[in-house]
Design a protein. Structure first.
Length: 418
């Protein structure tokens, strides 16, 4: 959605720390060459209860980097993004600025978006010079930005994510291929300390009809600190359109040392004897106008010379069927399993959600307003690990379900992106 705004002075919802960013954006609006302001965003919000015993408690297996989302999100969350093209040069290239406010607050707490149970921050603020003819239509950028993010929607798992605070060249086209390079020092807001990282990407290979292949290399410099190491990771990803009535994504990843973060900067105290492997398979379909969905398969193996090896397996899917143009029934089932030194942890989760979808019958149509019921069960190894690593969480013996190894949530949620 694009709207035209006159320059205005507005108060930052993020307080004093966020004000300089929004002031800079407002100054951009004042430039005489400025055109339309593009406003996009994402919101999810709701309320839920855990077996009628207070606020909803979400199910995630200790050691698993993600969880299945439907009826299993315990926060109010929004991203509000402003992008403005400051000016268009004679060669057709465009200079832009973009900023995004991110707000998070846990269920069961007053939505103040501050303190222990919430936050408000700028997770994007960068400048970009795009459509540069000398770069084959590519761009130059600098700042904090979401960059080349690849995720599985149903589990919110960003398996290959090069978001960073840094600068780079994006999609320089040469010989039918697109080359990208980014230098960054901080790949997430919470990373501490700063660590130099280099990301190289080559995309545009077409090994088969409807297929596209992309390769990426991440190199993490050795920090200037004791017991620290350099590391690297490789990713190969193939995307296939027109696959069994939908589309398919297959990614293979390998990393060593801090590269075991596989898409992020990992633990810099790990040396090259530490290795991680990951396979990601995602299938999306909209077989008919009324029936669509997404399925995933993820397997990750972490090899540690200290004997703390761990394997993670995740299999699941979400499907929706629209009985009318505005009413869907959505179901999701998922299973996570972690093989660790303390045993094999298991968690299975099922959700059913009758849904009002005023935007249409498509699986991806939003907004959606959902009533949901979620049931999950887990084994003793999962409960033991949760009690040790995440006391008070849903799977722990001190959580909402006590010593039980099963539990359920019900509630209502709205999800919207534009």
């Amino acid at each position: 959605m694009k709207i035209s705004l006159n320059p205005v002075l507005f108060r930052s919802p993020l307080g004093a720390r966020g004000a300089p960013y929004l002031v800079a954006l407002a100054l951009g609006l004042a430039l005489p060459q400025a055109q339309a302001l593009e406003f996009t965003g994402y919101v999810r919000s709701g309320a839920g209860s855990a077996d009628g015993n207070g606020s909803q408690s979400c199910f995630q297996l200790p050691g698993a980097p993600s969880k299945y989302r439907l009826g299993n999100e315990c926060e109010q969350y929004s991203e509000l993004d402003l992008r403005h093209d400051l000016l268009t040069l004679n060669d057709g290239s465009v200079i832009s600025v973009e900023g995004m406010a991110q707000l998070y607050n846990e269920y069961g707490h007053t939505p103040e978006f501050t303190g222990e149970h919430g936050f408000a921050r700028m997770n994007q603020m960068y400048a970009e010079w795009s459509k540069v003819p000398a770069l084959g239509g590519g761009s130059l950028w600098a700042g904090r930005r979401f960059y080349k993010r690849n995720d599985i929607h149903i589990s919110d798992f960003f398996y290959w994510n090069q978001s960073a605070t840094g600068a780079g060249i994006e999609d320089y086209e040469l010989g039918g291929l697109k080359y990208s390079y980014a230098f960054s020092r901080k790949d997430s807001y919470f990373q501490d300390p700063y660590i130099n990282r280099h990301d190289f990407n080559v995309a545009g290979f077409t090994p088969n009809p409807g297929g596209e292949l992309e390769f990426g290399l991440s190199y993490i410099d050795k920090p200037d600190s004791r017991n620290a190491h350099s590391g690297w990771a490789l990713t190969a990803q193939h995307k296939q359109s027109e696959f069994l009535g939908g589309s398919n994504t297959l990614a293979l990843q390998y990393g060593r040392g801090p590269g075991t973060g596989l898409g992020y900067t990992g633990d810099v105290t790990l040396d090259s004897d530490n290795k991680s492997y990951r396979l990601v398979e995602i299938y999306d379909w909209q077989t008919t106008p009324r029936w669509g969905g997404q399925a995933q398969f993820v397997y990750q193996k972490d090899v540690r010379p200290d004997g703390e090896d761990q394997n993670w397996l995740s299999v699941g899917g979400r499907s929706s069927y629209a009985f009318t143009e505005q009413f869907k029934l959505i179901g999701e089932v998922g299973h996570d399993q972690v093989d660790a030194v303390d045993g094999t942890r298991k968690l299975s989760k099922f959700t059913v959600a009758p849904t009002w979808s005023p935007a249409g019958a498509d699986f991806w149509a939003r907004p959606e307003v959902r009533l949901y019921y979620t049931y999950a069960s887990w084994n003793q190894a999962a409960q033991r690990a949760a009690s040790q690593l995440a006391a008070g969480s849903a799977l722990s013996d001190s959580g909402a379900f006590g010593n039980a190894q099963h539990g359920s949530n019900f509630g209502v949620q709205v999800e919207y992106w534009w």
